[in-house]
Design a protein around this ligand. Sequence first.
Ligand code: NMX
Ligand code: MLT
Length: 391
Amino acid sequence: MAPKPTPKSLLEITESHLNTGLRGVPVGTCRTSFVTPEGGVHYVGYPIDELAELDPEDVVFLLHFKHLPSPDEAATFRKDLVSRSTLPDCVAEVLQSMPKEGHPMDWLAVGIQTLGAAIRQDEWREDALNLTACMPEIMALIFRIREGRYEGMPQSRPSLGLVANFVHMLDLPGADKWALTKVLRVFLVLHMDHGGGNLSTFTGKAIASSHSDIFSSMVGAMNALFGPLHGRANQSCLDFVRRIGTDDSDAVEKFVRAELAAKRPIFGFGHAVLRTEDPRAAIQFDLGEEICPNDSNFKIIRTLREVVPRVLGEIEKISNPNANVDIASGTLLHHVGLVNSEYYTTFFGWARTTGIGAQIVDERAIMRNGRGVPLYRPKYIAENQEEQHIE
Ligand code: NMX
Ligand code: MLT
């Protein structure tokens, strides 16, 4: 028998890797996307800026089936999503009993868990696609019930497409539906996936490794996304922009330095992997220049984009002083009528349900010749624990 080839060494693990949040430690492979420090995220090899204007449905297809759909595949896939989009009544009933003081991300987690309780098939791909198809209505319900506008919510029309159906059910008073749809379509595509190791995706895959199910795993993932260092940075960033209140460079710089002195993060800047400005930030800045160049929040983030990298660049420990995906998304959502920043992370969550869902399907049903990645169980080393016994 030929000797087994020696596996390629990827990283020498030293004590310096402990308690670093697994930063840079290779733990697996990812079939949906990868992130390079200089080039940002690529979905199945395509740089994100080439995908930003595509229909979200086609990008969902790409992440699941690993190629862009032909026109026939695209049409069949849209029909398939429509056939999966009937939301059981219990989701609206449970959401109606939720405390309104709770954060919309609490509601998103409960909505997804309730959907799972009602329709879970324990078939990874089926459950993932059913969740994707039901997300627009869950999102619309969260808004309308919390805002006291549940009565009169228009009937779901899934044939409109994921985003247009949400905009139709939301029926936001006074909103420019064309602009709202445009911003949300780009938002959704940009936020669908970001490699295998981002916290929410990793959390979802870890839960799924116990042979839990898509819905329960996704709820864990959404709760990971809820933190302000991860998905909730988009809410915190717009709140921060409103506190700044001026686009004057000197005043902005003073504000940023005061935040740093108070040991508060500068939201919308920095990243665990990226080492240049996030291409998703650049895409959203370009969109802002097109649709809202004179918006007061947009003028502030334009100034932040100039000032902050210089200020953070003075701090040696910061690996990346540049803008990340969360710098501009809140400003754009606000401009198109979604003025309550508390909801912004639910859009991040909506988008990520696709990437996380596709990655879970890959890990559970495709990898290791379909046997799936084993139960997650990394090693921790004892700290301050001499063996002892009860006298
Ligand atoms: N503002 C203030 N301090 C920062 C920032 C920032 N934007 N970025 C990094 N640091 C600090 C960080 O807290 C750490 O401090 P300490 O050693 O005292 O713990 C130090 O600089 C080194 O951190 P890095 O190695 O540069 O970054 P890390 O990988 O640990 O963290 C983030 C990445 C994204 C958590 C961090 O850059 C951050 O807190 N940014 C602001 C929050 C934000 O915008 N998050 C969104 C990220 C994208 N997403 O959507 O998930
Ligand atoms: C992102 O979209 O930037 C993330 O989910 C954070 C990460 O990749 O660590």
